[in-house]
Design a protein around this ligand. Structure first.
Ligand code: ZN
Length: 181
């Protein structure tokens, strides 16, 4: 069993996240990068929301929560954010950041005072996706992975090897230096 570790979440803020297994440094890099891409007013709203609560938020990177098929989750009226550790070992940046942005969008909904769960599950999810897209995040890779894993009921490792076997590897091609005249 992996040990629980505690890490600083954001520079200049007292919030922490806890991890059990996975790659907390890789997760932190993606989280901070996604956070920095949020519009200023969204970041401020979330920070105000956290500051207004009696307890600091619980943010967790682990695989010890259910359901196994979930990649992220916001619970207890925004008090808890959970991220699937395995996914942050396997997913590339685009998919990893989409998951973070989508969960932060749910948190933003709570910060805006939306009722828990919204009007309906469907509308709640659609609105979270709309927020994340409007902030510039791309759901295409995450959707393929989630769709493949749930449709075939396979582990994330298998979904990633199939989907990433089809997708281009996402790295920028090395720029060839032009021959000097
Ligand atoms: Zn959602």
């Amino acid at each position: 069993m992996d040990a629980w570790l505690t890490h600083a979440l954001l520079e200049g803020h007292p919030y922490v996240f806890r991890s059990c297994g996975g790659d907390p440094n890789g997760f932190l890099k993606e989280f901070r990068s996604a956070w920095s891409l949020l519009p200023t007013e969204v970041r401020e709203k979330i920070l105000q929301f956290w500051a207004s609560r009696p307890y600091p938020p619980i943010i967790e990177l682990s695989d010890v929560w259910s359901p196994k098929a979930a990649v992220g989750q916001v619970r207890h009226t925004g008090q808890e954010l959970k991220f699937r550790a395995e996914c942050f070992l396997l997913f590339r940046t685009k998919a990893a950041q989409w998951i973070i942005a989508h969960e932060l969008a749910h948190l933003y909904q709570k910060a805006l005072g939306r009722p828990p769960g919204g009007e309906s599950e469907e509308k709640n999810e659609a609105e979270a996706n709309e927020f994340a897209r409007s902030w510039g995040f791309d759901d295409s890779e995450a959707n393929l992975l989630v769709f493949y894993a749930s449709m075939h009921d396979v582990p994330w490792s298998e979904a990633c090897s199939v989907i990433y076997g089809i997708l281009p590897d996402g790295r920028q091609p090395r720029r060839k230096s032009k021959p000097q005249p």
